[in-house]
Design a protein around this ligand. Structure first.
Ligand code: SAH
Length: 258
């Protein structure tokens, strides 16, 4: 399994699901996005062969799914509970986009703090008592004229947003680690490199009688744009040293370091 995982458990909760095929499809939807915790609140027909059939390769998620009698049981230990609704409700609940919801869930999820994303029944969604248990509502901004997605499709949209948010965070973390690994090259290191580059261009007869200043200016611009670190400058200087050595062997004019 891909190792990009939220820091804590993100629990997908399906309340009162009527069609067992949707449970299987939801298991598959979350499994493809690297999630694996499924909780079923009083499903109407479960276990059921349709669930297994629609789960396809995600039967491990299905097999591990917990079945509980009420939504309160499913979310009792959760630090954050978000409820997905196909339409705006009368109850006063902050409404989040799927993207904002994914960010909130990843922020709140910790080793001792599971978070839950709750989905309602195919026919009637979540009832008001169930929405009262949620800290905020999540609405996929679908066509207002027909905003009700298939249950598993809604699960897929939210699972995808969680995946993208987790990947973005992993990439940002890796970039930060990468950036910390080696300090940027100092002015003196860069100037040492440019001096050696100038000498090397002479040694390999790059200018062929033209004034060297213009080429050197352009080359400086290229290398300054690269935001080189100290190790990269050492690598480039190693390349130049070899070029200078080869030029000497070939009977050229040699570099300043030779
Ligand atoms: N007729 C129901 C629709 C239920 S669809 C109703 O009007 O509430 C089944 C579940 O899929 C919903 O309870 C919700 O959790 C999710 N869902 C469907 N469309 C959604 C949307 N546009 N935004 C957020 N969740 C949605």
């Amino acid at each position: 399994m891909n190792t990009v995982q939220p820091a804590g458990e993100v629990r997908i909760v399906l309340v009162g699901t009527q069609h067992p095929g949707n449970i299987g499809s939801a298991a598959r939807a979350i499994r493809t996005m690297g999630l694996d915790r499924l909780v079923l609140v009083a499903p109407e027909r479960y276990p059921h062969p349709d669930a297994v059939a629609m789960a396809a390769g995600a039967d491990d998620v299905l097999a591990a799914a917990r079945v509980v009698p009420t939504l309160a049981d499913a979310v009792a230990d959760c630090a954050l509970v978000l409820g997905c609704t196909a339409r705006s409700r009368r109850i006063a609940l902050q409404e989040l986009s799927p993207r904002a919801a994914a960010a909130r869930l990843l922020d709140a999820a910790g080793p001792a703090a599971p978070v839950a994303l709750v989905f309602g029944r195919e026919r009637t969604g979540l009832d008001n008592d169930e929405l009262q248990l949620c800290h905020a509502a999540v609405h996929i901004p679908a066509d207002p004229g027909y905003s009700s997605l298939n249950l598993a499709a809604a699960v897929q949209v939210l699972a995808y947003e969680l995946r993208v948010a987790a990947l973005d965070r992993a990439a940002a973390g890796a970039a930060a680690v990468e950036a910390r690994r080696e300090p940027p090259a100092s002015h003196a290191q860069l100037e040492g490199f440019f001096d050696q580059l100038g000498d090397t261009l002479e040694a390999i007869d790059f200018h062929k009688g033209r004034a060297p200043a213009s080429a050197l200016r352009k080359l400086r611009r290229i290398f300054l744009r690269c935001d080189l670190d100290a190790r990269e400058v050492r690598l480039l200087r190693g390349v130049l040293a070899d070029a200078q050595r080869m030029a000497r062997l070939a009977g050229g004019r040699g570099g300043a370091d030779g």
